[in-house]
Ligand binder design. Sequence first.
Ligand SMILES: [Ca+2]
Ligand SMILES: [Ca+2]
Ligand SMILES: [Ca+2]
Length: 143
Amino acid sequence: MNKKHLLPFTIILPLLTGCAWMKPHYNDQQMHSYLFNKFDANEDGVITKAEYMEFIDERFDKMDTDGNGTITKEDLYDSRFYTFLPELAEAVFRDSDIDNSGTITREEMIEAEEKRFSMMDKNGDDKLTKDEFIINDMSKFKK
Ligand SMILES: [Ca+2]
Ligand SMILES: [Ca+2]
Ligand SMILES: [Ca+2]
């Protein structure tokens, strides 16, 4: 995917926090490419496990909007992630709250995402290709 196609997203996203009515119209393919490129820090077309977990670590901080070290539903609803991708953000929350306590610790999110990575990494080479990366398939999340 040409990075140029993603530029409008990059520009629009920071502007939209809190403006739910102005959400960008994306299709699944665009969302997939957008997220893939976010995870693929060195832009070599594959997401290594290190890249994946690095992104998850940063995402935890972004989702912990009050910065107290755990993510609650309030944090979730205040997060930019929720503003743009509410369905995915909710699904990530459900999956990451392993003990169903209503809060997510960093350890829980890491554990949940390591499982998710392994589930997606079909050939077990610790890298995700675009085909293996399936983060926008809601059927893969806990209901
Ligand atoms: Ca990469
Ligand atoms: Ca918090
Ligand atoms: Ca793989």
